[in-house]
Design a binder for this molecule. Structure first.
Ligand SMILES: O=C(O)CCC(=O)C(=O)O
Ligand SMILES: [Fe+2]
Length: 212
C-alpha cells in the first residue's frame, strides 16, 4: 500500500495554506465498494446508531443539528484494515512534514438517509488539543450533483463559503478539525461515508480523554 506522493504534497501544502484539501480518487473504488457493502449490511442488521453531538459523557442527541447514523470502525474486516492502514500512512506523512504529533486515528461509518444533514460545526475546540485533522471518505458510486449531500467548507470565521464538495466515491476531504467550520447539506439519496479524526495524545494522569 502506498500514497501518491504528488497528491500528498498537494495535501500538505493545502493544509498549511488553507486548512483543507479535496482529494479526488484518494482510495480505490473497489475498496470503497467493499466498505459501502459493510455499511449497508450494518444498517440492515440494525447496527447503526443515531449520532450525538459533544464528546464522552457529554454526548447528546440533537436531531436539529445532526441526523446521521453511525458505527465505529474496529479494523476487524479486511476492508477496514486496509483503509485504516492507509490512514496510518497518511498520519506518518502529516507528522513528518508538519510536526503535528498525530497519535491515533478514530473513524466511524456514517449513513445519511434522505433528508438528513449535519449543520455547520467544528469537529474540535481549540485548547482541548484533541481532534486535530478530520478526514471524510465518500463511498457512493455515481453520485450526482442533484443528489445534494455536499460538504460545505466555510472560511475560518464561519461566514463565507470556501468550497462545496460533491461526495464522489473515493474522494477524501481532509481539514483541520479546530479551524474549519463545515456542514453537510441535506441529501436526497442515502449517502454513505467514513468520517475519521487524527488525534494528538492529550490524556494526562488526571483526565483520560475518551476515544469517542
Ligand atoms: O460527511 C461529511 O461530509 C462530513 C461529516 C462531518 O462533518 C462529521 O461527521 O463531523
Ligand atoms: Fe464534522
Amino acid at each position: 500500500m502506498s500514497l501518491d506522493p504528488i497528491a500528498i504534497e498537494h495535501l500538505l501544502d493545502n493544509l498549511v495554506e488553507k486548512g483543507w484539501y479535496e482529494w479526488p480518487e484518494a482510495i480505490s473504488a473497489s475498496l470503497c465498494l467493499a466498505l459501502l457493502n459493510e455499511v449497508i449490511n450494518a444498517d440492515e442488521k440494525g447496527q447503526l446508531k443515531k449520532a450525538g453531538i459533544g464528546r464522552g459523557d457529554e454526548q447528546q442527541l440533537n436531531t436539529e443539528v445532526r441526523r446521521d447514523q453511525i458505527r465505529w470502525l474496529t479494523g476487524e474486516t479486511e476492508a477496514q484494515a486496509q483503509f485504516l492502514a492507509t490512514m496510518a500512512l497518511l498520519q506518518q506523512e502529516i507528522n513528518r512534514a508538519l510536526f503535528m504529533g498525530l497519535f491515533e486515528y478514530e473513524a466511524h461509518y456514517a449513513l445519511y438517509q434522505e433528508g438528513d444533514f449535519y449543520k455547520q460545526h467544528l469537529d474540535s475546540f481549540k485548547g482541548q488539543a484533541n481532534r486535530m485533522v478530520s478526514t471524510v471518505l465518500y463511498l457512493n458510486p455515481d453520485w450526482q450533483k442533484e443528489n445534494g449531500g455536499e460538504l460545505v467548507i466555510y472560511a475560518k470565521d464561519g461566514t463565507s463559503v470556501e468550497a462545496t464538495i460533491i461526495p464522489s466515491i473515493g474522494k477524501l476531504a481532509v481539514f483541520l478539525s479546530e479551524e474549519i467550520p463545515h456542514e453537510v447539506l441535506p441529501t436526497k439519496l442515502a449517502r454513505a461515508s467514513i468520517a475519521g479524526w487524527f488525534r494528538c495524545n492529550s490524556s494526562t494522569a488526571q483526565i483520560v480523554n475518551p476515544a469517542h
